[in-house]
Ligand binder design. Structure first.
Ligand SMILES: [Zn+2]
Length: 177
């Protein structure tokens, strides 16, 4: 809420208030139970992440466009088709949230955790709550660092988002050898 007061002769003549939120926000919990996390030498926290719904919707729209362009004839039993269906459903929910300017909470990080990696690593998120520090951090307070694990053909790595105390609040594997 934004408040503006109009003063005259030392007194408040009129108070204007309006909501500063003009966009829909999307929240989800960073999954910390991905099996491969067990190998990594850093702890991943189940951080609450807040994104702009419109940013995530743009990512899904791009995926849907690519699907229609390059994968529209794939068999319906392929996992890629299931993924396309789920992404389409989530995009519809986000579109409705944007249209009505309401916040939305995705109860599951499926099709959201990995799909949001570009936004997370470009620090295009709104804020993230660190359970260890017990507070929210804005994107510009967080660091994005590279990590890698293993060697030779078993090596893999990516980036991760850390709070100022170096707790990992989001991580995603981006490559493996
Ligand atoms: Zn922290």
């Amino acid at each position: 809420m934004f408040k503006l007061e109009w003063h005259r002769n030392g007194g408040v003549v009129k108070t204007f208030r309006w909501a500063t939120q003009v966009t829909s926000l999307l929240r989800f919990t960073n999954p910390n139970d991905i099996p491969i996390y067990g190998d990594w030498d850093f702890k991943v926290y189940p951080a609450r992440i807040t994104l702009r719904s419109s940013d995530m919707l743009a990512v899904y729209r791009q995926y849907i466009e690519n699907h229609h362009k390059y994968h529209s004839t794939i068999p319906k039993e392929w996992p890629r088709y299931t993924e396309f269906q789920r992404v389409s459903e989530l995009a519809e929910r986000l579109q409705a949230a944007c249209d009505t300017e309401t916040d939305i909470d995705f109860e599951s990080a499926d099709y959201l955790w990995s799909f949001s990696s570009g936004l997370m690593f470009d620090r295009k998120f709104v804020s993230v709550y660190c359970p260890e520090c017990d507070r929210d951090f804005a994107a510009d307070q967080c660091k994005v660092v590279d990590w890698s694990y293993g060697s030779g053909l078993a090596a893999h790595g990516g980036q991760r988002v850390e709070c100022p105390q170096e707790h990992t609040l989001y991580s995603c594997m981006q490559w493996n050898s």
